[in-house]
Design a protein around this ligand. Structure first.
Ligand code: IPM
Ligand code: MG
Length: 351
Protein backbone atom coordinates (compact mmCIF):
# COMPACT_ATOMS: atom_id res chain seq x y z
CA UNK A 1 0.00 0.00 0.00
CA UNK A 2 0.87 3.66 -0.39
CA UNK A 3 0.67 5.86 2.69
CA UNK A 4 1.67 9.41 3.52
CA UNK A 5 3.11 9.82 7.00
CA UNK A 6 3.59 13.17 8.66
CA UNK A 7 6.59 13.18 11.01
CA UNK A 8 6.50 15.65 13.89
CA UNK A 9 9.77 14.94 15.74
CA UNK A 10 9.38 17.87 18.13
CA UNK A 11 11.84 18.53 20.93
CA UNK A 12 14.55 16.89 23.03
CA UNK A 13 15.00 13.22 22.16
CA UNK A 14 11.99 13.40 19.78
CA UNK A 15 14.04 13.65 16.55
CA UNK A 16 16.37 10.80 17.58
CA UNK A 17 13.61 8.33 18.38
CA UNK A 18 11.46 9.27 15.37
CA UNK A 19 14.45 8.63 13.09
CA UNK A 20 14.65 5.05 14.39
CA UNK A 21 10.93 4.47 13.90
CA UNK A 22 11.34 5.63 10.30
CA UNK A 23 14.19 3.18 9.87
CA UNK A 24 11.86 0.40 11.02
CA UNK A 25 8.97 1.62 8.83
CA UNK A 26 11.34 1.58 5.86
CA UNK A 27 12.26 -1.99 6.72
CA UNK A 28 8.54 -2.87 6.77
CA UNK A 29 8.05 -1.17 3.40
CA UNK A 30 11.02 -3.06 1.93
CA UNK A 31 10.09 -6.43 3.37
CA UNK A 32 6.35 -6.34 2.63
CA UNK A 33 6.24 -4.23 -0.54
CA UNK A 34 4.63 -1.01 0.70
CA UNK A 35 5.47 2.58 -0.03
CA UNK A 36 5.59 5.07 2.79
CA UNK A 37 6.29 8.68 1.96
CA UNK A 38 7.25 11.13 4.68
CA UNK A 39 6.89 14.82 5.29
CA UNK A 40 8.35 16.49 8.34
CA UNK A 41 6.71 19.33 10.26
CA UNK A 42 7.48 21.45 13.27
CA UNK A 43 5.59 21.15 16.55
CA UNK A 44 6.21 22.20 20.15
CA UNK A 45 9.30 24.17 21.16
CA UNK A 46 10.91 23.70 17.75
CA UNK A 47 7.89 25.40 16.18
CA UNK A 48 7.87 28.18 18.79
CA UNK A 49 11.51 28.94 17.94
CA UNK A 50 10.74 29.25 14.25
CA UNK A 51 7.17 30.62 14.16
CA UNK A 52 6.32 31.68 17.71
CA UNK A 53 3.50 29.11 17.55
CA UNK A 54 3.64 25.48 18.80
CA UNK A 55 1.28 24.32 16.03
CA UNK A 56 2.03 26.69 13.15
CA UNK A 57 0.20 27.11 9.83
CA UNK A 58 2.48 24.94 7.68
CA UNK A 59 2.08 22.04 10.13
CA UNK A 60 -1.69 22.48 10.20
CA UNK A 61 -1.71 22.41 6.38
CA UNK A 62 0.34 19.24 6.35
CA UNK A 63 -2.16 17.54 8.70
CA UNK A 64 -4.75 17.74 5.95
CA UNK A 65 -2.51 15.97 3.47
CA UNK A 66 -1.38 12.92 5.40
CA UNK A 67 -2.79 9.52 6.33
CA UNK A 68 -1.20 9.27 9.78
CA UNK A 69 1.05 11.24 12.12
CA UNK A 70 4.09 10.07 14.07
CA UNK A 71 5.14 12.44 16.85
CA UNK A 72 8.29 12.31 18.99
CA UNK A 73 7.93 14.55 22.05
CA UNK A 74 7.37 18.17 22.95
CA UNK A 75 8.63 20.42 25.73
CA UNK A 76 11.77 21.33 27.60
CA UNK A 77 13.06 23.79 30.20
CA UNK A 78 14.00 26.30 27.50
CA UNK A 79 10.34 27.07 26.84
CA UNK A 80 9.01 26.82 30.40
CA UNK A 81 8.68 30.54 30.94
CA UNK A 82 7.54 31.72 27.55
CA UNK A 83 4.12 33.15 26.70
CA UNK A 84 3.09 29.89 25.06
CA UNK A 85 4.16 26.39 26.02
CA UNK A 86 5.25 23.61 23.61
CA UNK A 87 2.64 21.27 25.14
CA UNK A 88 -0.08 23.58 23.80
CA UNK A 89 0.86 22.40 20.29
CA UNK A 90 0.30 18.76 21.18
CA UNK A 91 -2.96 19.49 22.98
CA UNK A 92 -4.24 21.52 20.01
CA UNK A 93 -3.30 18.69 17.69
CA UNK A 94 -5.24 16.13 19.74
CA UNK A 95 -8.23 18.42 20.18
CA UNK A 96 -8.52 19.76 16.66
CA UNK A 97 -8.20 16.33 15.09
CA UNK A 98 -10.85 15.01 17.49
CA UNK A 99 -8.58 12.25 18.80
CA UNK A 100 -10.64 11.35 21.83
CA UNK A 101 -9.42 7.80 22.44
CA UNK A 102 -5.84 7.30 23.55
CA UNK A 103 -4.68 3.68 23.65
CA UNK A 104 -1.65 2.89 25.78
CA UNK A 105 -0.74 -0.80 25.96
CA UNK A 106 1.53 -1.80 28.83
CA UNK A 107 3.14 -5.22 28.55
CA UNK A 108 5.98 -6.73 30.49
CA UNK A 109 8.45 -8.08 27.96
CA UNK A 110 10.18 -11.35 28.60
CA UNK A 111 13.65 -10.63 29.92
CA UNK A 112 12.67 -7.34 31.52
CA UNK A 113 11.36 -8.69 34.83
CA UNK A 114 14.39 -7.18 36.55
CA UNK A 115 13.75 -3.73 35.06
CA UNK A 116 10.51 -3.45 37.01
CA UNK A 117 10.67 -2.21 40.59
CA UNK A 118 8.12 -4.93 41.45
CA UNK A 119 9.01 -8.49 42.39
CA UNK A 120 9.19 -10.79 39.35
CA UNK A 121 6.39 -13.04 40.64
CA UNK A 122 4.11 -10.00 40.99
CA UNK A 123 4.84 -8.43 37.64
CA UNK A 124 5.33 -11.46 35.38
CA UNK A 125 2.49 -11.71 32.84
CA UNK A 126 1.44 -8.05 33.10
CA UNK A 127 -0.42 -7.11 29.94
CA UNK A 128 -3.06 -4.41 29.98
CA UNK A 129 -4.33 -1.58 27.85
CA UNK A 130 -5.15 1.87 29.15
CA UNK A 131 -7.89 3.61 27.19
CA UNK A 132 -7.56 7.24 28.18
CA UNK A 133 -10.14 9.87 27.19
CA UNK A 134 -8.03 12.52 25.47
CA UNK A 135 -10.04 15.58 24.48
CA UNK A 136 -12.09 16.38 27.58
CA UNK A 137 -11.85 16.81 31.34
CA UNK A 138 -9.47 19.17 33.10
CA UNK A 139 -7.23 19.54 30.07
CA UNK A 140 -9.84 21.38 28.02
CA UNK A 141 -12.70 22.40 30.35
CA UNK A 142 -13.65 26.09 30.45
CA UNK A 143 -13.17 28.26 32.39
CA UNK A 144 -9.46 27.75 32.62
CA UNK A 145 -7.85 30.89 33.93
CA UNK A 146 -5.52 32.62 36.29
CA UNK A 147 -6.48 35.75 38.11
CA UNK A 148 -3.74 36.98 40.39
CA UNK A 149 -3.57 34.58 43.32
CA UNK A 150 -6.47 32.47 42.16
CA UNK A 151 -6.62 29.92 39.36
CA UNK A 152 -9.29 27.62 38.02
CA UNK A 153 -9.38 24.51 35.85
CA UNK A 154 -12.68 22.90 35.00
CA UNK A 155 -13.53 19.22 34.92
CA UNK A 156 -16.38 18.83 32.47
CA UNK A 157 -17.69 15.77 30.65
CA UNK A 158 -20.76 15.18 28.55
CA UNK A 159 -22.48 11.81 28.36
CA UNK A 160 -21.65 11.64 24.65
CA UNK A 161 -17.94 12.09 25.33
CA UNK A 162 -17.96 9.28 27.88
CA UNK A 163 -20.03 7.01 25.68
CA UNK A 164 -17.79 7.13 22.62
CA UNK A 165 -14.58 6.40 24.51
CA UNK A 166 -16.29 3.67 26.54
CA UNK A 167 -17.23 1.93 23.29
CA UNK A 168 -13.59 1.97 22.22
CA UNK A 169 -12.61 0.28 25.49
CA UNK A 170 -15.29 -2.41 25.29
CA UNK A 171 -14.47 -3.15 21.66
CA UNK A 172 -10.78 -3.42 22.55
CA UNK A 173 -11.65 -5.79 25.41
CA UNK A 174 -13.37 -8.11 22.93
CA UNK A 175 -10.04 -8.62 21.20
CA UNK A 176 -8.36 -9.32 24.55
CA UNK A 177 -9.42 -10.97 27.83
CA UNK A 178 -12.88 -9.35 27.91
CA UNK A 179 -12.49 -7.38 31.10
CA UNK A 180 -12.88 -3.62 31.56
CA UNK A 181 -11.98 -1.71 34.71
CA UNK A 182 -13.59 1.71 34.52
CA UNK A 183 -11.64 4.08 36.75
CA UNK A 184 -13.15 7.19 38.31
CA UNK A 185 -13.55 9.10 41.57
CA UNK A 186 -17.30 8.64 41.91
CA UNK A 187 -17.22 8.98 45.71
CA UNK A 188 -16.29 12.65 45.25
CA UNK A 189 -16.69 13.97 41.72
CA UNK A 190 -19.94 14.61 39.87
CA UNK A 191 -18.22 14.05 36.52
CA UNK A 192 -17.22 10.63 37.80
CA UNK A 193 -20.80 9.77 38.75
CA UNK A 194 -21.87 10.65 35.21
CA UNK A 195 -18.93 8.62 33.90
CA UNK A 196 -19.98 5.58 35.94
CA UNK A 197 -23.63 5.77 34.82
CA UNK A 198 -22.76 6.10 31.15
CA UNK A 199 -20.13 3.35 31.21
CA UNK A 200 -22.63 1.00 32.88
CA UNK A 201 -25.12 1.73 30.12
CA UNK A 202 -22.60 1.11 27.36
CA UNK A 203 -21.64 -2.15 29.08
CA UNK A 204 -25.13 -3.49 28.39
CA UNK A 205 -24.24 -3.55 24.68
CA UNK A 206 -21.31 -5.82 25.55
CA UNK A 207 -22.72 -8.62 27.71
CA UNK A 208 -19.67 -10.76 26.89
CA UNK A 209 -17.32 -8.24 28.54
CA UNK A 210 -17.01 -8.04 32.33
CA UNK A 211 -17.14 -4.53 33.79
CA UNK A 212 -15.81 -3.46 37.14
CA UNK A 213 -15.80 0.11 38.49
CA UNK A 214 -12.77 1.12 40.46
CA UNK A 215 -11.85 4.33 42.27
CA UNK A 216 -8.71 5.91 40.89
CA UNK A 217 -6.80 5.82 44.18
CA UNK A 218 -7.57 2.12 44.58
CA UNK A 219 -6.54 1.52 40.98
CA UNK A 220 -3.21 3.27 41.59
CA UNK A 221 -2.62 0.91 44.50
CA UNK A 222 -3.72 -2.27 42.74
CA UNK A 223 -1.56 -1.49 39.71
CA UNK A 224 1.50 -2.15 41.84
CA UNK A 225 -0.06 -4.86 44.04
CA UNK A 226 -1.55 -7.07 41.34
CA UNK A 227 -0.91 -5.63 37.86
CA UNK A 228 -1.75 -8.91 36.14
CA UNK A 229 -5.45 -8.64 37.09
CA UNK A 230 -5.97 -5.77 34.64
CA UNK A 231 -6.97 -6.18 31.02
CA UNK A 232 -8.50 -2.90 29.80
CA UNK A 233 -8.45 0.19 32.01
CA UNK A 234 -10.88 2.87 30.86
CA UNK A 235 -10.49 6.31 32.37
CA UNK A 236 -10.73 10.06 31.91
CA UNK A 237 -7.98 12.33 30.68
CA UNK A 238 -6.08 13.35 33.82
CA UNK A 239 -6.41 10.02 35.62
CA UNK A 240 -5.21 8.31 32.44
CA UNK A 241 -2.19 10.59 32.23
CA UNK A 242 -1.15 9.71 35.77
CA UNK A 243 -1.93 5.99 35.62
CA UNK A 244 -0.04 5.58 32.36
CA UNK A 245 3.21 6.83 33.88
CA UNK A 246 2.63 4.41 36.75
CA UNK A 247 2.01 1.63 34.25
CA UNK A 248 5.24 2.52 32.49
CA UNK A 249 7.19 2.13 35.70
CA UNK A 250 5.51 -1.20 36.40
CA UNK A 251 6.63 -2.69 33.09
CA UNK A 252 10.18 -1.42 33.43
CA UNK A 253 10.64 1.83 31.57
CA UNK A 254 8.62 4.69 30.23
CA UNK A 255 10.86 4.41 27.17
CA UNK A 256 8.92 1.32 26.11
CA UNK A 257 5.33 2.52 26.06
CA UNK A 258 3.65 3.41 22.77
CA UNK A 259 0.35 5.14 22.21
CA UNK A 260 -2.27 5.58 19.53
CA UNK A 261 -4.75 8.47 19.57
CA UNK A 262 -7.82 7.69 17.54
CA UNK A 263 -10.93 9.62 16.53
CA UNK A 264 -13.77 9.35 14.04
CA UNK A 265 -11.65 9.94 10.97
CA UNK A 266 -7.98 9.98 9.97
CA UNK A 267 -5.34 11.15 10.37
CA UNK A 268 -4.67 9.47 13.71
CA UNK A 269 -1.72 10.31 15.91
CA UNK A 270 0.96 7.94 17.21
CA UNK A 271 3.48 8.91 19.85
CA UNK A 272 5.51 7.35 22.65
CA UNK A 273 4.19 7.96 26.16
CA UNK A 274 7.53 9.39 27.31
CA UNK A 275 8.44 13.04 27.11
CA UNK A 276 11.28 14.98 25.52
CA UNK A 277 13.88 13.95 28.18
CA UNK A 278 16.11 17.03 27.68
CA UNK A 279 18.82 15.45 29.85
CA UNK A 280 19.22 12.63 27.32
CA UNK A 281 18.84 14.66 24.14
CA UNK A 282 21.72 14.56 21.69
CA UNK A 283 23.56 11.79 23.55
CA UNK A 284 22.35 8.89 21.44
CA UNK A 285 21.11 6.92 24.44
CA UNK A 286 17.34 7.50 24.30
CA UNK A 287 15.22 4.36 24.06
CA UNK A 288 13.54 4.33 20.62
CA UNK A 289 11.29 1.33 21.36
CA UNK A 290 8.27 3.36 22.52
CA UNK A 291 8.28 5.22 19.20
CA UNK A 292 8.97 2.07 17.18
CA UNK A 293 6.04 0.35 18.92
CA UNK A 294 3.92 3.44 18.20
CA UNK A 295 4.76 3.00 14.52
CA UNK A 296 3.57 -0.61 14.86
CA UNK A 297 0.25 0.69 16.21
CA UNK A 298 0.06 2.99 13.17
CA UNK A 299 0.48 0.00 10.87
CA UNK A 300 -2.33 -1.79 12.69
CA UNK A 301 -4.87 0.97 13.32
CA UNK A 302 -4.33 3.41 10.46
CA UNK A 303 -3.24 1.08 7.66
CA UNK A 304 -4.86 -2.23 8.66
CA UNK A 305 -1.47 -3.97 8.36
CA UNK A 306 -1.79 -6.47 11.20
CA UNK A 307 0.89 -8.88 10.00
CA UNK A 308 3.41 -6.06 9.60
CA UNK A 309 2.53 -4.63 13.03
CA UNK A 310 3.07 -8.04 14.60
CA UNK A 311 6.40 -8.36 12.76
CA UNK A 312 7.62 -5.13 14.33
CA UNK A 313 6.36 -6.08 17.79
CA UNK A 314 7.98 -9.51 17.57
CA UNK A 315 11.26 -7.93 16.40
CA UNK A 316 11.14 -5.63 19.44
CA UNK A 317 10.54 -8.58 21.77
CA UNK A 318 13.52 -10.42 20.24
CA UNK A 319 15.82 -7.46 20.56
CA UNK A 320 14.82 -6.99 24.20
CA UNK A 321 15.24 -10.69 24.94
CA UNK A 322 18.72 -10.59 23.44
CA UNK A 323 19.59 -7.63 25.64
CA UNK A 324 20.15 -5.13 22.84
CA UNK A 325 18.75 -2.29 24.92
CA UNK A 326 19.49 1.27 25.98
CA UNK A 327 20.67 2.09 29.53
CA UNK A 328 17.14 2.72 30.88
CA UNK A 329 16.58 -1.03 30.44
CA UNK A 330 19.98 -1.95 31.78
CA UNK A 331 21.65 -2.37 28.39
CA UNK A 332 24.58 -0.66 26.74
CA UNK A 333 23.28 -0.12 23.22
CA UNK A 334 22.70 3.29 21.69
CA UNK A 335 19.50 4.62 20.13
CA UNK A 336 20.60 3.87 16.57
CA UNK A 337 21.92 0.44 17.41
CA UNK A 338 18.56 -0.56 18.90
CA UNK A 339 16.66 0.87 15.90
CA UNK A 340 18.94 -0.92 13.44
CA UNK A 341 18.59 -4.21 15.34
CA UNK A 342 14.79 -4.04 15.13
CA UNK A 343 14.86 -3.04 11.44
CA UNK A 344 17.21 -5.86 10.58
CA UNK A 345 14.94 -8.44 12.23
CA UNK A 346 11.94 -7.10 10.35
CA UNK A 347 13.83 -7.42 7.06
CA UNK A 348 14.85 -10.99 7.85
CA UNK A 349 11.39 -12.06 8.96
CA UNK A 350 9.85 -14.97 7.11
CA UNK A 351 6.12 -14.36 7.49
C1 IPM B 1 1.23 12.49 27.87
C2 IPM B 1 1.94 13.76 28.26
C3 IPM B 1 1.10 14.96 27.83
C4 IPM B 1 -0.23 14.86 28.54
C5 IPM B 1 1.77 16.32 28.06
C6 IPM B 1 3.10 16.43 27.35
C7 IPM B 1 0.88 17.46 27.67
O1 IPM B 1 2.22 13.77 29.63
O2 IPM B 1 0.94 12.32 26.67
O3 IPM B 1 0.99 11.67 28.74
O4 IPM B 1 -0.34 15.29 29.70
O5 IPM B 1 -1.18 14.36 27.93
MG1 MG C 1 1.77 11.95 30.60
Amino acid sequence: MDARILLLPGDGIGPEVVAEAVRVLDAVAGRYGHRFTYRTGLVGGAAIDRYGDPLPGPTRDALRECDAILLGAVGGPRWDHGAVRPEAGLLALRYELGLYANLRPATLFEGLEAASPLRPEVVRGTDFLIVRELTGGLYFGKPKERDGHQAVDTMRYTAAEVERVARVAFRAARGRRRKVHSVDKANVLETSRLWRDVVSQVAEEFPDVALEHLLVDTCAMQLVQKPTTFDVILTENTFGDILSDEAAAVVGSIGLLPSASLGERPPFLYEPVHGSAPDLAGRGVANPLGTILSAALMLRYSFGLAVEAEAVEEAVREVVREGVTTPDLGGRAGTQEVGAAVAERVLRRET
